[in-house]
Ligand binder design. Structure first.
Ligand SMILES: Cc1ncc(COP(=O)(O)O)c(C=O)c1O
Length: 455
């Protein structure tokens, strides 16, 4: 078979049976290995679709520039499309992305602008904002916006879904995928559910992302948002490509569990895949353990290739430094709270308490910050610095309820958040909170992290 250009080789990736990492789980687990695409990821599918839909709509014209905020894989797909069709590419990326990903994009002729990770999406420095500004400033430029451009999900509806349906001869009961922009989960799920509405879909989310809570409660909870390391999945926004009706369940996976599973996929299955593949498989198998029966068949999509992560999860030193190898004994929020003695009790104040009473409690117990509750829910916090300046400005506040002076809540972090992630959060802000397996809430302050680091 002769292809006219590289972009004609996109799609028709293989479906491969897992044999080892799923041991003890009922049913059959198949993975759709998307690194067989020419750009080594599933993003080739939606990149070419976004470009061709923009051409058809007259948005992208000859000699144009494609500008996108991308974690690397979409950039690669767009760069291949641009080479085949004669466009220029400029990509903005968050600085948490692997250096390999940046170098790869440069190798295929793109210009890459690296932006800070730990700023809000609305911040003018974020990679979303920088891409939008470039699109405004550069004439004849096209900003695909993979988050909200529905050609993304449509690409998977038209290709990934039909391929899975055909390759399984319609014998599929469950579909699982990581959720970033939502395109690969929701486009594929829509096609599969149209063929058989009984197919159950499982979306994989990260700790530090808003999706799971939003699906389960309808609440967009900024307290769930905090930095995490896994690349490609989880978001602090709700992209238009995420259609929550297409996702029956969400499972959250920690950075560590994802990294460990990714390495197992390489060593035990011969699948040298990327980090979010470990998230997808770990999360999907957690679901499968509880829910799959003999005769069921689950398909999990594996988005990309391992080369892009050689300096991170495939590097033993990097794994050890992040507390992801079992020989590192002290490295996460879990370690800090397990080192505490058994009668630990979180000090809190209710939002209806008076400020005077809250100050008395803080003084008596010598704490500098305290969560504020509405019954069992954390709704805010008091910190001694801010409280002092507010009371100096207005001494009458002493008799007001705590709700009138409280600040935004401390953020919740995952039990397996590593010390570097924790310290980047408490440096900037307040202490952080973590829920243990019994749902008890613990506070972690800068002092706790310093103590853990020096142990
Ligand atoms: C490595 C990787 N995994 C998973 C995803 C998530 O896929 P989607 O954007 O289709 O939800 C992405 C998207 O950026 C990715 O790059």
């Amino acid at each position: 078979m002769i292809y006219n250009s590289i972009i004609e080789t996109i799609g028709n990736t293989p479906l491969i049976r897992l044999n080892k990492v799923n041991q003890g789980i009922k049913g059959e687990i198949l993975v759709k290995v998307e690194y067989f695409n020419p750009g080594n990821s599933m993003k080739d599918r939606m990149a070419i679709k976004m470009v061709e839909d923009a051409e058809a709509a007259g948005i992208l014209k000859p000699g144009g520039t494609i500008i996108e905020g991308t974690s690397g894989n979409t950039g690669m797909g767009l760069a291949l499309a641009a080479i085949a069709k004669g466009y220029k590419c400029i990509f903005t990326m968050a600085d948490k992305q692997s250096k390999e990903k940046i170098d790869i994009l440069k190798a295929v002729g793109a210009e890459v602008i690296v932006c800070p990770t730990n700023v809000s999406p609305e911040d003018p420095r974020s990679y979303y904002s920088v891409a939008r500004k470039l699109n405004k400033d550069i004439p004849n430029s096209f900003y695909p916006n993979q988050y909200d451009n529905l050609s993304n999900a449509l690409a998977h509806y038209e290709t990934t879904g039909p391929e899975i349906w055909k390759d399984t001869a319609g014998k599929i009961t469950h579909y699982a995928a990581g959720v970033g922009t939502g395109g690969s989960m929701c486009g594929t799920a829509k096609y599969l559910k149209e063929q058989n509405p009984a197919i159950i879909t499982v979306g994989i989310d990260t700790y530090g992302s808003v999706f799971k809570k939003y699906k389960e409660t309808g609440i967009f909870d900024e307290n769930e948002v905090y930095p995490y390391l896994t690349e490609g999945i989880g978001e602090d926004i709700l992209p238009k490509n995420v259609d929550f009706d297409m996702i029956d369940h969400f499972v959250k996976v920690t950075d560590k569990d994802a990294a460990v599973m990714t390495r197992r996929l390489s060593r035990e299955e011969g699948l040298f895949v990327g980090w979010s593949c470990g998230s997808a498989v770990h999360g999907a198998l957690e679901y499968a353990k509880e829910n799959l029966k003999e005769g069921d068949r689950m398909v999990i999509i594996l988005p990309d290739h391992g080369t892009r992560y050689l300096g991170k999860i495939y590097n033993d030193d990097w794994m050890r430094n992040h507390g992801f190898l079992e020989d590192k004994t002290f490295g996460t929020a879990r370690d800090i709270i397990t080192a505490r003695n058994g009668d630990y009790q979180l000090l809190v104040t209710q939002q209806t308490d008076t400020v005077k009473a809250a100050i008395a409690l803080m003084n008596k117990t010598s704490v500098s910050q305290i969560p504020v509750m509405d019954g069992d829910h954390v709704v805010g916090c008091l910190t001694d610095n801010k409280l002092l300046s507010k009371i100096i400005d207005n001494p009458d506040l002493k008799d007001a309820p705590v709700s009138e002076v409280m600040e935004d809540s401390m953020k919740f972090v995952a039990l397996d958040s590593t010390l570097d992630v924790l310290s980047s959060m408490v440096d900037k802000e307040k202490a952080v909170l973590v829920r243990d397996e019994k749902h008890q809430i613990h506070i972690i302050t800068k002092h706790d992290i310093l103590e853990a680091i020096t142990k």
